[in-house]
Design a protein around this ligand. Sequence first.
Ligand SMILES: [Zn+2]
Ligand SMILES: [Zn+2]
Length: 279
Amino acid sequence: MTATIPQPQISNEKAKPALKWGLIGWVSLLHLGALLAFFPSFFNWSAVGLAVFLHGLTCGVGVEIGWHRMASHRSFECRKWVERFFILCGTLSGMATPLAWVGLHRLHHARSDKDGDPHNAAKGFVWSHVRWMIYKDRESWSKIPELTKDWQDDPFVQFCDRHYVAIQLTFAAILFAIGGLPWVIWGMFVRTVLVWHTIWFVNSGAHKFGYRNFETDDRSTNVWWLLLPTYGGCWHNNHHAFPQSARCGLKWWEIDLSWGLISTLHKVGLVTKVRLPNI
Ligand SMILES: [Zn+2]
Ligand SMILES: [Zn+2]
């Protein structure tokens, strides 16, 4: 049986715009750390390859397939070890804890581009890209427990949520032990900053640029030039039209790399109960 996705209760209460200085400092620090990649002593090709590989693993497999299509939208089910692998890869993206990400994303779909959407694109590109995050939004965050009821009792999700920071530090230590500072700078700093902007661009650019196949009740768009970094998450208007579909690229030219992996895993029996658009 497919799990039911909880829906939010929306009130008109406005959040106070207090700044989240800890988050601002953390985001700034990682951007500054990424600049170290320009120093020749921190450059080598294995570190660049690592950053590309980890972008695919954490942004594509982790966030787009794992957190987004599987955890947030329940567009397919899979073996427990595969599910946990997806959840862990998403956690290594450094975007947020799994429950926070899933809760806020479900809130985005429930209120897309209206009051109550945490990254409401009607408030402008910069707001929906990054600015929404730097303010304390108690109303949105208070809805996360209600919106993630179906994942809260999962012990592995609880583990990733509780030990979110320790997991990042452990991963950085492993990279340092193997490849030294270049692997930390490219594998953690550069890669994390690129993953952030990739997913943020779906919230901003894929609610502003591009074309629409469906007249959805929001500003969502399909943006072909985001295909590679988003692994198919760029077909965002299709996604808003059919949020519970495991496949987002719907026309023959809308290549969907994430769907390619999901359908392959389905063929070999690791993924089941795949949902598709009813068109
Ligand atoms: Zn959206
Ligand atoms: Zn979604």
